[in-house]
Ligand binder design. Structure first.
Ligand SMILES: [Zn+2]
Length: 118
């Protein structure tokens, strides 16, 4: 996630999404060509802060060049959109579909997600 797509407030990652004022559909990342549900565009699209809490819908491991692996997940945010996210902890052997996760920032360029449910 690029820096301009999120910010941190009181230690919480806020994802900067978009909402359609015609049908209230929300999505991320932002697009300017129109609402992906109803087609509204222009002034009907506005910035909408999204909580970074959500649930794992699916996940997989991806090999890295150095021989390591990272976990890539589809996370359905509590505020609506499904996003692709790196799960920084725990490892895949301790993850399950439906686990609760939240975004964490390294303070600069990256947001990853970590499990919050036991
Ligand atoms: Zn719409």
């Amino acid at each position: 996630m690029a820096a301009k797509m999120f910010r941190v407030e009181d230690g919480k990652v806020i994802i900067m999404g978009t909402e359609c004022s015609q049908c209230q559909h929300r999505w991320f990342p932002p697009v300017s060509f129109g609402c992906e549900r109803c087609g509204a565009y222009g002034d009907d699209l506005h910035a909408r802060d999204l909580s970074s809490t959500g649930q794992i819908y699916a996940f997989t491991t991806v090999p890295e060049r150095d021989g390591g692996m990272y976990t890539l997940a589809q996370v359905v945010l509590d505020d609506g959109p499904a996003i692709r996210a790196i799960i920084s902890e725990p490892g895949p052997e301790k993850l399950a579909i439906g686990d609760r996760v939240e975004g964490v920032s390294d303070g600069a360029e990256q947001v990853t997600f970590r499990k919050t449910s036991p």
